[in-house]
Design a protein around this ligand. Sequence first.
Ligand SMILES: C[S@@+](CC[C@H](N)C(=O)[O-])C[C@H]1O[C@@H](n2cnc3c(N)ncnc32)[C@H](O)[C@@H]1O
Length: 209
Amino acid sequence: MKPKENQSPVEFWEEVYANASPRTKGQPSAALARFASDRLPGHALELGCAKGDDAVWLANMGWMVVAVDISSTALSYAGANAQAHGVFGKINFQQHDLTHSFPEGEFDLVSAMFLQTPFEFARETVLRQAASSLKKGGLFLAVTHGSRPSWSWDKANTSFPPPQKRFQDLGLIPTHWREVFVGNEERVASGPDGQQGAITDTIVCLERC
Ligand SMILES: C[S@@+](CC[C@H](N)C(=O)[O-])C[C@H]1O[C@@H](n2cnc3c(N)ncnc32)[C@H](O)[C@@H]1O
């Protein structure tokens, strides 16, 4: 889906979710499960939480979660998801356009899964702010697409910077961070109509020293 002329980011994402089924995948992002499963639960911040599968998984693992999205419809789906799994009380859902506002707090885990949008978006600035909200020893996890799924509406002009470039672009002070994993991972994923295909995740996973 592409934005209509003069559509604002919030209008665009509201329309995306208004046209989407509230049904969720019922499972966390592969990278989150891989890197957060063995962490001691604390306070987590999830940016661009969509229908809440990652927030629900974290809450089930014992985390207190702040889950953020620009779309109130996405947040209402995520809230229903949390209620269905008995973890509504462990997730603080907040609506922010992260270009303009950011949740308060200090966190032990920050997760940004495919925080991507067809609008001009200062993603690195947002992620730098997210990184600065981490306590010492906290985990930073940001995943972007490293390839174009066959079902993507975005057929052109997308570049897929290599993982180290993604890390460098964040502009973090390297000595303040330990690289847990900065690399590409292949996996099989499902598209919106149930089609299956191989995709690449570009993962930047760091621990704050
Ligand atoms: C590509 S989706 C990824 C959703 C989910 N994290 C996942 O892995 O499937 C991007 C999400 O970020 C949200 N988003 C887009 N722009 C945003 C902004 N400026 N501020 C906050 N959330 C935003 C969208 O509503 C959407 O839920």
